[in-house]
Design a protein around this ligand. Structure first.
Ligand SMILES: Cc1cc2nc3c(=O)[nH]c(=O)nc-3n(C[C@H](O)[C@H](O)[C@H](O)COP(=O)(O)O)c2cc1C
Length: 256
């Protein structure tokens, strides 16, 4: 039985969740969704396929939509979704199911792992509580998952959140004068949307607002010019068990 977990993660909540799931499943590998960005066709051959990712505005990150729409599946693997989220997951499972049906597949199982927010700030004690519950939450998911249940993914009762249909530089990521041109943002951007020009990052329009550049900039020089004031320069977050190298590895890039 071979399982592939496709993972997207900007700050490690989903990556650590994917690792915990992979450790509990036999013959399971984790593939970074960002490493597939350049592939026009993505063949998928496995008995079970998982998607582990953060919720963005009640939807999946746009990168994941783009990759799934290029996937060609061999047969009908058992497909599961485990998303990480700070607040509400919206109707992300139904949205993923709809997308998979366009590829001739469907979603069989979905769960949510509450994790610290990397967009809106949670109180530190709430973050600590969610981080310490992560292992137990994932262990419970694994227990359910191993039974390979078939579930109904018609939309759950959920608030109507803004759908993320297309990538857009909606927060206006910018670099300020204390940037030293180290290129971390260019290497880490999962969309390959940042280029150093004369030692300064130029951020393009293919931004999914994942905040990888913002959270991992060693100079704290990247900020959000179009976000509300309280969000522009506030906290940096990453999961304590995850390093920049781990995030680069998900994209298939080695830290220099
Ligand atoms: C652009 C953006 C939108 C988000 N939208 C939601 C949301 O609608 N609901 C929610 O619960 N969390 C939301 N979050 C929080 C993330 O889903 C959460 O922190 C996630 O665990 C981050 O995962 P990662 O560390 O793997 O990137 C959002 C985060 C970002 C960056």
């Amino acid at each position: 039985m071979k399982t592939l977990i496709y993972c997207f993660s900007a700050t490690g909540n989903s990556l650590t969740t994917a690792r915990l799931l992979a450790a509990g499943l036999e013959n399971c590998s984790v593939v970074g969704l960002a490493s597939l960005l350049e592939q026009e066709t993505i063949p998928v051959e496995a008995d079970a396929v998982g998607f582990v990712y953060p919720v963005y505005y009640g939807d999946m990150p746009h990168l994941m939509r783009r990759i799934i729409s290029r996937m060609t599946f061999t047969g009908h693997p058992y497909i599961f979704s485990v998303c990480t989220r700070k607040g509400h997951h919206g109707d992300v499972a139904a949205r993923l199911d709809t997308l998979l049906r366009q590829r001739g597949q469907h979603l069989s199982f979905s769960r949510h792992v509450p994790m610290p927010g990397n967009s809106r700030l949670s109180p530190p004690e709430k973050n600590a509580e969610m981080l310490s519950a992560q292992e137990d939450t994932v262990a419970a998911i694994l227990q359910d998952l191993r039974a390979f249940p078939a579930e109904d993914h018609s939309p759950e009762t959920a608030p109507q959140l803004t759908p993320v249909h297309e990538a857009s530089n909606m927060r206006g990521m910018e670099a300020e004068d204390n940037c030293v041109g180290c290129g971390t943002c260019e290497r880490a951007c999962p969309m390959q949307n940042i280029r150093l020009v004369e030692g300064r990052p130029v951020i393009g329009d293919d931004c999914i607002s994942c905040l990888t550049c913002f959270h991992w900039c060693p100079q704290e020089a990247i900020w959000m010019s179009r976000a509300e004031e309280e969000m522009q320069r506030r906290f940096k977050y990453h999961h304590p068990a995850v390093t920049l190298d781990d995030i680069l590895a998900l994209k298939g890039v080695r830290h220099e």
